[in-house]
Structures are given as structure tokens and as C-alpha cells.
Design a protein around this ligand. Structure first.
Ligand SMILES: Cc1cc2nc3c(=O)[nH]c(=O)nc-3n(C[C@H](O)[C@H](O)[C@H](O)COP(=O)(O)OP(=O)(O)OC[C@H]3O[C@@H](n4cnc5c(N)ncnc54)[C@H](O)[C@@H]3O)c2cc1C
Length: 387
């Protein structure tokens, strides 16, 4: 067990670590080999209430702040587990919480809090538009008291393990709106009802076990009452949840970096070559020490982002920079860890290669490093917009 004294939310961290101890490397290796979903792990996290951290108590959640959620996800990764299977259950509901009607909140949030309803599918990315979200093609046409949806999403993670999906679709063609960010709307889709009735889900095999899919909408009907907020304002609603997501992913990356650094350090102390521990060689020490320094720097930025967010201030720049620095730090630590292990870094049983593959994702998703740099260049440094 780690000593969490002096860390924010020490009790929560210790409890998460204890829970994760029940899901050691062999558990994840077996799932990874077979590309299976970590159902038992997700159930345990749900039952312990960790995934409902951000849902207010009046809707059955724990009513905690973002710093607590960040601590939970960081510890999951630090323990060698993979929160990617369910982290969205924690924050995708934020769209309903912030922009949904009271009726929608009462209808969905208690079920999400208890885990009875899994709201962990988030349909934004499309194959032809990619990062250029406002060019998305999926269209929801209003017909009386329902919308009829046609189109396709890609990389809709956990769709096969979700009851509900937050869907971003166009409701007014791009040519007919003044600003390209207008005319997009957000819906809450009952996936269980829609499956076989216009919704088709196809898994995508990826380099890591991530339960991601592509989804197709063929005249899928969504009741008009499932529109969240105002029609045409959906892009704004999606954007408003981005800072929390970036901050949480940053903490996951920090947890990963801590796992790699600890694993590398221990191995460097134990492994003897040329009659001495490999960690006695500065060529082995320095990459690990550097990864530690970069992880700590990313951690400070992430803590700053949380502080601003919880104080209700604009955390946009810090949330983005924290996500980028933490993703870089985790991948640098992953690289140092695999190098420290020599050939064994590539052996499945050490878990290093699995975590290496898992943490690489965060250079690309949920937002790629280039797009963060572009945000900083334009919005922080005031340089001309490039796209
Ligand atoms: C495993 C996985 C899970 C995912 N889960 C979800 C999910 O649940 N829901 C969802 O909606 N999406 C999800 N995504 C999608 C993810 O958010 C996108 O992959 C990511 O935003 C990048 O978009 P893209 O893949 O279309 O890349 P593209 O937009 O095609 O970009 C390709 C490359 O070009 C670079 N690039 C593009 N435009 C510019 C520019 N103007 N300047 C500089 N560089 C540029 C990008 O940085 C990137 O490196 C997931 C992706 C993966 C791989």
C-alpha cells in the first residue's frame, strides 16, 4: 500500500487502492488477451460509489468535487488497472446535469448513480470530420414529437456496455447557420431501445483493450423529449464538459506515470547485471529520474487546473495544458520503464507492455496534442487562428 498522507483525499485514495488490489495484473492480462470488458472491476467500482462521485447527493450520487474524482481515477491507474473502461460513467452525465431539464435529471441521474443505467457512450467523432467536429454529418430531423437520426459515429467507446448515449448531431444544415458551431444538438439516446431499431454497433479492434466501436444510425427515432437543452446549442453544451474531462484524463495519465516510475525503480534496484544492480548505472537512473520530474511538473499543472475549476474560474488553458503534459509524462515514463526492463519489458507477464499500449492513447484521445498546442497558441498567446 502507498502512503497517502499529505495527498488530497487520502482516505479515498487508500480505499481505491484497496479495491484495485483485488484486480491484479493477471486479471487485466487475461482480458487483454481476449479483448474482454472488465465487468467485475467496473461493478466493484460502481458498487463502491466511486463512479457516482460527481453526481449531486439529491440525485443519489456522492456529491463530491472534481478533485475527488481526479484522485479516484489517478489511483485506479497508479494501481495498474484501467479506468478507460468506465471513466466516462463518471463525467458524461455532466451534460445532463448542467444542461438537462429537472425532469431529465430526475429520470436519468439516480439510475446512473446506482449503476443501474450505464451512461458511458459519447458519440461525437465521425469518420469524415475527425477533429473538425462542426463538420459532422449525422443529422437529426424533427418529425412531430420525435427526431429521426441518420449518420455514423466512430470510436464510440463502451457502446456495447452502455444503456444510454450522449449524441451530438446536426439539426440545421451547416450552410443554413451563421456560425458553424450553431445548429448542432445533443440528445440522450436509449440504446437498449434503439438497438435493432435503427442503431447498429460494430466493435473496432485496437492495439489496446478499449471496447471501442463504430455506430450506425439508420432512421433511428429519438423522442423529442430526449433533446438536451435548446435545439441548435449542443456544441456549446459539449464544450462546457471538456475541461472536466481533460482534467480527469490528466490525472489518469499521472496515475499511469506513477505506476511506470515505481515499476521501473523497483526493477532497477532488483535486477543485477555485471554483478551490480542496473539502477546503479546513471544511464539507467536518469531516464527514470527525468520521467519523475516531468510527472511532478504535470501533476502541479493538473492540481492548478482542478483548483481553478473548483473555484468556478476558467480552467480552459490549465486543463488543456495539464492533459498534454500528463499524457507526455506518462508516455515518457512508459518508455523509460520498458527500457529499464530490457527484454522483459516486452513480456506480457510484467504488465509493462500492456500499460505502455494503454497510455499511448492519451496523445490522441480525447483530444490530440496538436489541437491542445493550437488552443494554447491561439487562446493563450493570441496568435492567429490556423483552422
Ligand atoms: C481508442 C479511442 C477511443 C475513443 N473514444 C471516443 C469516444 O468515446 N467518443 C468520441 O466521440 N470519440 C472518441 N475517440 C475519438 C478521438 O477523440 C479522436 O480520435 C481524436 O479526437 C482525433 O480525431 P481523429 O482520430 O479523427 O483524427 P484527425 O482529426 O483525423 O487527425 C489526425 C491527426 O492530424 C492532426 N491534426 C488534424 N487537424 C490538425 C490541425 N488543424 N493542426 C494540427 N494537427 C492537426 C491531429 O492532431 C491528429 O494527430 C476515441 C479515439 C480512440 C482512438
Amino acid at each position: 500500500m502507498h502512503d497517502h498522507k499529505g495527498e488530497a483525499h487520502a482516505d479515498i485514495r487508500a480505499a481505491v487502492e484497496k479495491l484495485c488490489a483485488g484486480f491484479p495484473g493477471e486479471y487485466w492480462r487475461k482480458l487483454d488477451r481476449n479483448m474482454e470488458y472488465p465487468t467485475a472491476f467496473v461493478q466493484a467500482l460502481t458498487q463502491s460509489g466511486f463512479l457516482s462521485a460527481l453526481i449531486p447527493e439529491e440525485y443519489g450520487g456522492a456529491g463530491l468535487g472534481l478533485s475527488a474524482a481526479a484522485a479516484i481515477l489517478e489511483e485506479v491507474q497508479r494501481a495498474g488497472c484501467n479506468g478507460g473502461a468506465c471513466h466516462a460513467q463518471m463525467y458524461v452525465m455532466g451534460t445532463v446535469l448542467r444542461h438537462g431539464s429537472e425532469e431529465q435529471k430526475r429520470k436519468y441521474l439516480p439510475g446512473v448513480a446506482s449503476g443501474e443505467l450505464r451512461l458511458q457512450a459519447f458519440g461525437v467523432t465521425e469518420p469524415t470530420s475527425g477533429t473538425d467536429t462542426t463538420s459532422l454529418k449525422t443529422f437529426a430531423r424533427k418529425q412531430g414529437d420525435k427526431y429521426v437520426v441518420n449518420g455514423q459515429k466512430v470510436w464510440t467507446s463502451r457502446a456495447e456496455h452502455s444503456d444510454l448515449m450522449i449524441l451530438l448531431a446536426r439539426t440545421t444544415p451547416r450552410e443554413e447557420v451563421k456560425k458553424k458551431t450553431d445548429g448542432l444538438s445533443v440528445f440522450i439516446v436509449d440504446m437498449q431501445k434503439a438497438k435493432g431499431n435503427g442503431l447498429t454497433i460494430r466493435p473496432i479492434r485496437t492495439m489496446m483493450n478499449h471496447a471501442t466501436t463504430e455506430v450506425f444510425f439508420d432512421n433511428m427515432e429519438v423522442p423529442a423529449e430526449n433533446l438536451i437543452g435548446e435545439e441548435g446549442q449542443g456544441f456549446r453544451y459539449i464544450l462546457s464538459g471538456m475541461n472536466a474531462e481533460r482534467i480527469l484524463i490528466a490525472h489518469e495519465c499521472i496515475g499511469d506515470a506513477k505506476w511506470f516510475i515505481e515499476k521501473a525503480t523497483n526493477y532497477a534496484k532488483e535486477r543485477h547485471v555485471f554483478g551490480r544492480p542496473i539502477g546503479q548505472n546513471q544511464g539507467v537512473q536518469f531516464p527514470i529520474a527525468k520521467a519523475y520530474a516531468n510527472m511532478r511538473a504535470a501533476e502541479l499543472m493538473a492540481r492548478e487546473a482542478v483548483k481553478l475549476y473548483e473555484a468556478g474560474q476558467n480552467a480552459g488553458a490549465e486543463a488543456n495544458m495539464a492533459k498534454m503534459l500528463a499524457a507526455d509524462a506518462s508516455f515518457e515514463a512508459a518508455n523509460a520503464c520498458i527500457q529499464t526492463h530490457g527484454g522483459f519489458g516486452f513480456a506480457e507477464e510484467y504488465d509493462v507492455e500492456r500499460k505502455f499500449r494503454e497510455t499511448r492513447l492519451y496523445q490522441v484521445a480525447p483530444i490530440s496534442t496538436n489541437l491542445i498546442l493550437s488552443f494554447v497558441a491561439e487562446h493563450v498567446l493570441g496568435m492567429p487562428r490556423s483552422y
